[in-house]
Design a protein. Sequence first.
Lengths: 222, 201
Amino acid sequence: MDRIADMGGREGLGAVAPPRPDEPVFGEAWEGRAFALTLLTMGRVSGRNLDAFRHALERLDESAYLDDGYYGRWLNAAELMLLDSAILAPGAVDARARILAGEDAEEPAVPEPDKPDYAATAPGSLRTVEVAPAFAVGDTVRAKEMSPAGHTKLPAYVRGHTGVVELIQPAHLFPDTHAHFLGENPQHVYSVRFDSRELWGPDAETFSLTIELFESYLEPAP
Amino acid sequence: MTTPDAGAASRPSPALRTEALEQLLTERGLVDPAVMDGFIANYETNVGPLNGAKVVAKAWTDPEYRARLLAEGTSAITELGFAGPQGEHIVVVENTPTRHNVTVCTLCSCYPWPVLGLPPSWYKDPAYRARVVREPRAVLAEMGLELGDDVEIVVRDSSSEVRWLVLPERPAGTEDMTEEELVPLITRDALVGVAKVRVPE
């Protein structure tokens, strides 16, 4: 799914923010509350699925993703997961927020929850895969040229490009199905090294880049 | 599909919406504000870059630990008591005078929480996420780190549950310092690879 969250290589974003050594963990008090609310609701209330949370982040529009910063997008994605699972009714958060601000607002009725009937087979995301990895360290591989409709961890900037397997990482459950509550389907994961000129053309800065790619994202390259 | 973001610009402020969400869920017994307080306090005080600094200072002063850290990062880090969310599999890579690693997460802002805490603003900033995979030398220079043309740059985009930690170079002039004396020199930014460890003048 090609939306704002897939940032790699995007242009027009200006200079980077300079590091501040004394930056507080949470710049404003609400950011800490939003952080804790997100961990709690995603972990215990709405779905217990980190990939579904990441997919909720990806589904936000640009304004909801960017305007209120990192914890603003967390808050919006946590709310989206609570709407998806009908823990909250549409409009419930805004109505309560307006009441807190002293305005008149009508609060919607609490809906009948419709939480996904789904549980991971184990904590975390690392899993065992019985079949041997399809690729070995040193193999030349290509990231498939594809644009999956739902959640994916295949960023647009590597699609169609050729690299070399640098490391075989522990197998992971597959986010593209897990995020949609459609099963873990664990796969082998590879750190694939790309040359900057392969990714960005002959005038690119000289460097290399590694990224973790799931086996089904890859095909052998000559 | 119902989305909360239609007309986001006209929604109440995030501070008010956070308070509203906490209140709605607390009323129904779905979250406990005291548990939230505990999460916040833990990440404000216990889980931060001091943990990563301790790992690096030990690696600089204990060659056997350094070898374990580079071979099996997660278990070597767990030896020092650091583990938890976003730390399932940590790979440690060494910066040298000729090879410089720098980490990013272009798709979200994945970061090795048990050793570095929650990510700083610049790491979550769209400009850093977008640009460091395309022009890392320019981005590092903007952040105050000029690397010579003979230094090979390796960018690590954390697109799975693998988390990267940079083992920075031990600076000259610290040969006589103890592990404990080294810890305060080691900054978060050096452990991500956007700075080097410096000795205060």
